[in-house]
Design a protein around this ligand. Sequence first.
Ligand code: TXA
Ligand code: MG
Length: 322
Amino acid sequence: MVTERLQPDALGLSRAAAILKKGELVAFPTETVYGLGADATNAEAVARIYAAKERPSFNPLIAHVDSYSTALDQGIFDDAARLLAEAFWPGPLTLVVPCASTCTVSDLARAGLDSVGLRVPAHPLAHALLAAVGRPVAAPSANRSGRVSPTAADHVLGDLDGRISAVLDGGETPVGVESTIVSCLDGVPRLLRPGGVTRESIEAVIGRKLETASEPGDNPVAPGMLASHYAPRARVRLGATTIHPGEAALLFGPNLPAGSKDAAAILNLSESGDLAEAAAHLFSFLRRLDVTGAGVIAVSPIPEIGLGEAINDRLQRAAAER
Ligand code: TXA
Ligand code: MG
């Protein structure tokens, strides 16, 4: 299969929509990361996602739609879900809600659950594509399973060239970490995955603390929570305040740690200590340090506040034994 690179214009968009409607795969930019899209109503098309990614299991996928009103046809929104959709859509938030009777998202995309993960992305190309397709589009991050998420079309092609029909090239994605996932299923909003919308801003909107769904027994476990989901080839050493000779260094903030002059390579997520800038750089900088061939990527401590929670979550997965 030859993977087409589509330009972000009217022609590219109509081609991308036509390919999706045929049941083939198109990667497209969202404001978080590139998604690997398939018609969510077509289980065969959805199955191609798992094949292309070599995902180890059928996990529920996020169904992307063009507007909140379209989302209301797919899911049942309780008070918290309604408040969150109104506050953060379009944007980097996914809501897991009970399926509506009119839900068209295939069973496979929902991994057999009677809930559905819905998101209205803010990226103008994603929005235009979803409006043109006129159906929900299932889209996990457009990387092979276990690799870091792609924030540019070249990253997508590096992992999936020849395995998907097309990538819609919209340049770099601005947010750089995936959407925050909140489930609103039984009257108790739960944080399933930290991401582009901070816990603090969600709690401010719903006027209560979010439960965290990480204890064993909490079901379903999001596959983003597999310990080895975000994995560069190098070993990742967290909380590094000194750099050992030959390590690649991923820094944060203005200070140069001891040992930096003997590092194999150095990149700084944000010299000014801006967590949004750090999130936007995270995956591409991990990739750039990984291709240097260094055995270890040493990462400076990142504060566990705001977007720092999502960044640290991704880094802990990257560092997990595998
Ligand atoms: O930013 C993002 O969210 C990106 C872009 C492309 O939109 N997408 C993304 O999708 O990260 P993916 O497949 O890598 O992550 C989907 C997450 C999984 O952890 C999955 O378990 C959870 O959403 N999810 C989806 N539907 C669910 C459901 N019904 N119940 C529980 N979790 C669900
Ligand atoms: Mg992913």
